[in-house]
Write a protein that binds this ligand. Structure first.
Ligand SMILES: [Zn+2]
Length: 296
């Protein structure tokens, strides 16, 4: 988060507030300091709006992206948990949703494309309407001060964290894609780890990590999730299990474990054409009727 202030252009707003930074570059620390003083309320509001504008205006290119590839390579029995505010996963979901059944996405830190009805526990596209009361959704907050990361204050966010706990405890395997687990998320990582081991019978963990960080750093960061060290690191999405066995990532792991036979990979074609990718994924999806939910 050290470049965040420069990327979003927040420095003039911080200067205007008169806050003494004393060399601090971490936006989350700066934001927490601003929120803690009522006299900075106006600055906080302006910063929140600037961040929202920045991310809201981002858009996917027309050609296939890694977001399209990721989503169409997963099934509705999979789930995606993201800390990203940017709209790329949401937009990729919207444009691929009719092609093949997609996984549900859980936005653990909110997202610029979504809104929610607090009263009826419904959510959808920002500015959409609640199916129960027909009121417009209200925006989901993006920023949570480090000192008081209270994810239960907002019902939408709380529901997402509850889902994370439940689904992490039931998951057969997990892929961690480019998540740095910053110090400000220590509690979040602890919660997910607790959930991952909640069932008490997870004797062989299968965790895959897609990250370009040094191996020693990744080991330090993620070994608490893998006491038996069954984790595998790749530096590119194309090398990971989801990409090599689209829509069959769990089976690609389970089949060799139970049958003692390797299974050949069948990665998505390397093309910029979304239509071509969707056709390939749809062909795989045709065989999913009656494919049982994975039950270890
Ligand atoms: Zn409602």
């Amino acid at each position: 988060m050290d470049d965040f202030v420069d990327i979003i252009g927040l420095q003039p707003l911080i200067d205007e507030s008169g806050l003494e930074l004393e060399g601090e570059r971490n936006f989350e620390v700066i934001y927490s300091q601003l929120v803690s003083k009522q006299r900075h309320a106006h600055t906080v509001e302006k910063i929140e709006r600037r961040i929202d504008d920045y991310f809201s205006n981002l858009a996917l290119p027309d050609g296939a992206t890694i977001y399209d590839r990721l989503l169409i390579s997963l099934r509705s029995t999979d789930a995606v948990f993201t800390f990203n505010w940017d709209p790329f996963l949401f937009d990729a979901y919207e444009r691929n949703r009719d092609a093949v059944p997609l996984p549900e996405i859980f936005f653990l830190h909110g997202n610029v494309r979504i809104g929610a009805c607090r009263e009826h526990d419904r959510w959808g596209a920002r500015n959409g309407r609640c199916a129960d009361c027909h009121q417009r959704f209200t925006d989901v907050p993006l920023l949570y001060p480090i000192s008081q990361k209270n994810y239960s204050a907002d019902p939408y966010i709380r529901r997402n964290w509850e889902a994370a706990e439940t689904l992490f405890s039931e998951a057969f395997t997990m892929t961690i894609f480019g998540y740095g687990a910053p110090d400000s998320d220590t509690d979040a990582v602890k919660l997910l780890r607790r959930a991952w081991f909640a069932q008490g019978k997870r004797t062989l963990e299968h965790v895959e990590i897609i990250d370009t960080a040094p191996q020693t750093l990744l080991h330090h960061r993620w070994s608490p999730f893998t006491p038996t060290l069954h984790y595998h690191v790749t530096t590119a999405f194309e090398q990971c299990r989801i990409a090599r066995w689209p829509r069959r990532s769990c089976e690609s792991l389970f089949y060799p474990m139970t049958q003692g036979l390797p299974c050949e990979d069948f990665p998505l074609p390397s093309t910029d054409s979304i239509a071509e990718l969707r056709a390939y994924a749809a062909d795989i999806a045709r065989h999913e009727d009656g494919l049982r939910l994975y039950a270890p």
